[in-house]
Design a protein around this ligand. Structure first.
Ligand code: NAI
Length: 668
């Protein structure tokens, strides 16, 4: 008999009623992911249960999680790099698919209990079970995030999700990588039963086994969605919708998934084999490798917060309720904190608070949640709450003296141990801190506009700053679900410093008469989310001119940019900059003849060159701790083509392939 007493990532037991309980609790990890060892142990469990089912000592099998937070977050991304070529990928997947097929064929009921995240490979395991029970809890989220790593589900999840939910629901879930709540998953047919809380799971599972529950595949119109001609129509609809969001040459995986569905979904067994065939090249392809790199970089950013830090920020005081301050306050509230908002203008505070309703409506589903959020955001014109705050952030006008005076006036009122921060975008932290009694206390916490959209926050370390304060700054940023990046205090910090020469060079091209539309299209062809001219208009031309001066860019005389600013043409916010803006969108002239693809590619590469060079300087000057973190900051702070893995990684790859080409040419 197979021995399951030595399992390390699972706890296995058989109770008095003959029900086998497989509790996934990965050793030494806070979350469950499906790595090699847990999968091998899963195979042993299946083997053991199969034996028990045959000799009638086991009547049913239940999967659960031993982690408080969630079921399974997916396959273990850290292990992907071990697979060197398509053959290895296909072999390793075939093994796992064999386990899941065997699980599905077990002659006794197999129930999966889900609370918290059930994603990717975790959902694929759940789909191989016969009955899925999930908690209705807000924390329960179901989804296939593979597409975000340049992949699609590879443990036959494409087949089983389409079988259970029909293509109309299952395909968009896989194509967008979005997470849904348990109730929505129940509506689709991915979940069979809902219970109010994790406490109800065991009992519900036991009952499902008593009643020999077995989920039925999607029937009726849902089943028709994988038949011809509906399949062909759906495939072209998915293709056009996906093409609106991403380009096939940048992100091939959703397009390969649609091909897979279109060609094979009529025969689900055949689709299983075709899934692996289509999956393997994606796994070893450049896009997925780079997107996995981005995932790891994001983990690396979170790891900058020192472990074991006792600092737990709960109350925030924001001074300045303008564009930035109000949104910073709103974001902190949405992350669960209590926030007081101060400004010299009461009207500005009221406006700033009112503006956060939109964010709260988006973040919170129920009215009581939204009301509670609004109650956590209080107007504080006199700064009465400064002494209670764990974090005080200043976001007032960008003037050294005004900032210095403010900090001097509040320093004595701070709670001991509270973080003191400025959101300045261009003044040196050392200068702002100079008049303080304890200058080592001040750090920069530099958010980007719009706060709700940009995931990066630079944590600025001044020459005078105490290391502990930097760590606390990172902890605060992580607590509000943003990515912290520690940056040395120097002009432009990281993001503005690399963006400015890129945008300035593009603007100079426009001055020289090149078409702005073509420039913007070329940058998008490279993979930037928005072209540099449109970006300048969006940021505000006054802001661009200011940053350009700080960084000493430009030809050193009045430029078209200065003239436009003087004429009040500030970009999107004033309705006109390089473009005329209507309803929040720039009006772009169509080219007389379509742009040449290769020409756009060449120009795109040229346009990002100043950004790449500046990123290299930032790395060499050690403004940020490592090259990897420079890449992370540029990707999360500017949206730099994630599938290229970051500016430094891209440049190194490019150089490597150039050398390769030269070597091959020389050999010929
Ligand atoms: P803003 O002009 O929209 O808001 C500043 C607010 O501060 C105003 O409401 C003003 O009444 C208030 N204020 C001025 N002096 C004050 C004082 N002594 N006490 C209390 N309130 C006072 O400015 P914005 O754009 O929000 O910028 C604020 C800070 O954030 C600046 O340091 C800026 O460099 C920085 N920043 C701005 C970004 C942007 O895109 N606007 C991006 C990142 C940083």
């Amino acid at each position: 008999m197979i021995d399951v007493s030595t399992l390390r990532d699972w706890r296995f037991s058989i109770d008095m009623q003959g029900i086998a309980w497989a509790v996934f609790d990965r050793e030494g990890e806070s979350q469950n992911s499906l790595g090699q060892r847990p999968l091998e142990e899963l195979a042993m469990i299946i083997e053991r249960v199969d034996e028990g089912a045959r000799d009638k000592s086991i009547r049913g099998l239940v999967f659960m999680s031993g982690k408080e937070k969630g079921f399974i977050v997916g396959a273990d991304v850290r292990e992907f790099e071990k697979l060197a070529d398509e053959r290895q990928v296909a072999d390793s997947i075939a093994q796992v698919n064999g386990y899941l097929d065997r699980l599905e064929r077990l002659p006794i009921p197999v129930v999966c209990c889900i609370h918290g995240f059930c994603l990717g490979g975790g959902l694929e395991l759940a789909l191989a079970c016969h009955w899925r029970i999930a908690t209705r809890d807000d924390a329960t989220r179901i989804g296939f995030p593979e597409v975000k790593l340049g992949l699609f589900p590879g443990f036959n999840g494409t087949v089983r999700s389409i079988r259970q939910a029909g293509a109309f629901s299952a395909m968009p879930l896989m194509l967008t990588g979005s997470f849904i709540r348990a109730t929505a998953a129940r509506g689709m047919g991915l979940i069979d039963e809902l219970v109010p809380s994790p406490l109800n799971l065991r009992w519900a599972a036991r009952k499902a086994i008593e009643r020999k529950r077995k989920s039925k595949p999607a029937g009726g119109w849902r089943a028709l969605t994988r038949m011809w001609p509906a399949r062909g129509l759906l495939a072209s609809k998915f293709r056009s919708e996906t093409a609106k969001k991403v380009r096939e040459e940048h992100y091939p995986s959703p397009f390969r998934l649609i091909d897979l569905f279109e060609t094979h979904a009529g025969n689900l067994d055949g689709m299983k084999v075709a899934e692996t065939r289509a999956f393997a090249p994606l796994m070893v392809g450049e896009t997925s490798k780079n997107l996995r790199r981005v995932f790891k970089l994001s983990e690396m950013m979170k790891a900058q917060t020192p472990k074991g830090l006792a600092f737990k920020p709960l109350r925030v005081h924001v001074i300045g309720a303008g564009v930035m301050g109000a949104d910073i306050a709103g974001w902190c509230v949405a992350s669960g904190m209590e926030v007081s908002l101060q400004d010299v203008s009461a009207e500005q505070i009221a406006k700033g608070i009112a503006a956060q309703k939109k964010l709260f409506n988006r973040k919170f589903r129920t009215k009581p949640q939204r009301d509670a959020a609004l109650a956590r955001l209080i107007a504080d014109p006199k700064g009465a709450n400064i002494g209670r705050a764990d974090v005080v952030i200043e976001a007032i006008v960008e003037k050294l003296e005004v900032k210095q005076n403010l900090f001097k006036s509040i320093e004595a009122r701070l709670k001991p141990g509270a973080v003191l921060a400025t959101n300045t975008s261009s003044i040196m932290i050392e200068e702002i801190a100079a008049p303080l009694a304890d200058p080592s206390r001040l750090i920069g916490i530099h958010f980007f506009n719009p706060v709700a959209q940009l995931p990066l926050v630079e944590v600025i370390r001044g020459a005078q700053t105490r290391e502990e304060e930097v760590g606390k700054g990172c902890a605060f940023v992580a607590a509000i679900d943003k990515f912290p990046l520690i940056v040395k205090s120097s002009p432009g910090f990281l993001v503005n410093r690399v963006l400015a020469p890129y945008m300035m060079a593009a603007m100079q091209r426009v001055e020289r008469g090149e078409a702005k539309e073509k420039i913007d299209e070329a940058a998008r062809t490279f993979g930037m989310p928005m072209g540099p001219v449109e970006l300048a208009d969006t940021v505000g031309l006054d802001v661009c001119a200011h940053v350009g001066k700080i960084l000493n860019l430009g030809p050193g005389g009045p430029t078209k940019l200065d003239e436009m600013v003087a004429a009040g043409k500030l970009g999107k916010k004033s309705g006109e900059g390089f473009y005329v803006w209507k309803d929040g969108k720039p009006e772009k002239a169509e080219p007389e003849t379509p742009y040449d693809k290769f020409e756009l590619e060449r120009l795109g590469r040229e346009l990002v060159d100043p950004l790449i060079r500046e990123a290299q300087r930032v790395r060499d000057e050690k403004i940020v701790e490592s090259g990897d973190l420079v890449d992370a900051g540029v990707i999360f702070g500017t949206g730099f083509a994630p599938f290229r893995g970051g500016p430094l990684h891209f440049a190194a790859n490019e150089q490597r392939s150039n050398v390769e080409v030269l070597r091959r040419t020389a050999a010929e």
